[in-house]
Design a protein around this ligand. Structure first.
Ligand code: FE2
Ligand code: FE2
Length: 293
């Protein structure tokens, strides 16, 4: 428990996060960094980037509601304090991705309408399954849903987006770097805290396994909607051909820039599901294979 206390204390959080990798950042990136002109001037790319960023805001709003809601359900003081730091992390994520929508040209009074217009219905269902557990103050299921499933997904999605942005959009890649570091801490907490609780409450396993399978299905459906029939990749290929330069984006040992969207979808889905299996195995939950949309 002493390791647990120091790794997940507010003191550790202060030193590593606000006084560490977030020092001298502005909305998560270096001051003065901007979205690339190429993106802002191309209506198709701008619209699709707004659509993608809306999913990030929706996911982070869910994470904020879940981590704050779980504070009062937590059985011990150390977990409550960790979740308080996580609550601030998630609020920051909501803020930096919302700020990105403004940077992409969304007007402040139009924010909620933009979120409603572009939010993926499958991602909304994914969030509802988790928030139902949180509303019932079900700490064990809530932490598995939030810190293993939602954040395992977020972590892999952010890493993929970061590798796609590194060359073309350093501002966004830098914003993602801080959120990835945060999510790594959150995922670690889920694994470390929840294993012993599941051993104490083996009767909760079937319900948690069902939640994992359902959330995984809606996650895959969200990926399918995002990659299939997405005009962004073709537009990027057209721009690349016109400029004569070749992009590269290494992720999980492959070059995403040279892949078709369906291949990228498969790499992402396989990466996330493999992670789920490993992490759930460590906390004693049997991974359930979801239907494929
Ligand atoms: Fe987050
Ligand atoms: Fe998180």
């Amino acid at each position: 428990m002493s390791d647990f206390l120091s790794m997940y204390s507010i003191q550790y959080w202060l030193e590593s996060c606000p006084q560490g990798y977030l020092m001298n950042t502005e909305f998560g990136h270096a001051p003065g960094e901007k979205e690339p002109d190429l993106l802002l001037a191309n209506e198709l790319l701008r619209t699709e980037t707004i659509r993608t960023t809306v999913q990030l805001v929706m996911g982070e709003r869910c994470a904020l509601a879940a981590s704050s809601g779980l504070i009062n359900a937590a059985p011990d003081e150390a977990s409550k304090r960790f979740l308080a730091t996580q609550t601030l992390d998630e609020a920051r994520h909501v803020e930096v991705f919302t700020q990105r929508l403004y940077d992409l040209g969304v007007k402040k009074p139009d924010l909620e309408d933009t979120l409603q217009q572009y939010a993926n219905p499958n991602l909304v269902k994914f969030a509802e399954i988790l928030l139902e557990k949180v509303d019932k103050k079900d700490f064990v299921a809530g932490v598995v849903g939030q810190n293993v499933i939602l954040e395992g997904m977020a972590f892999s999605v952010f890493e993929m987006m970061q590798s796609l942005s590194r060359e073309l959009n350093p501002k966004f890649a830098n914003t993602l770097a801080g959120t990835i570091a945060d999510e790594r801490r959150h995922v670690g907490f889920g694994e470390n805290r929840i294993g012993s609780l599941i051993r104490e409450h083996p009767e909760k396993k079937p319900e948690i396994e069902r939640m994992q399978r359902d959330m995984s299905y809606y996650m895959l459906a969200t990926f399918a909607d995002s990659f299939r029939n997405n005009p962004m990749q073709a537009e990027m290929d057209r721009i690349e051909a016109a400029s004569g330069g070749a992009r590269h984006a290494t992720y999980q040992g492959v070059d995403l820039a040279q892949m078709a969207p369906e291949e990228m979808e498969k790499v992402l889905a396989d990466t996330v599901l493999k992670e789920f299996k490993i992490r759930l195995g460590r906390i004693g939950i049997e991974y359930q294979t979801p239907r494929r949309p």
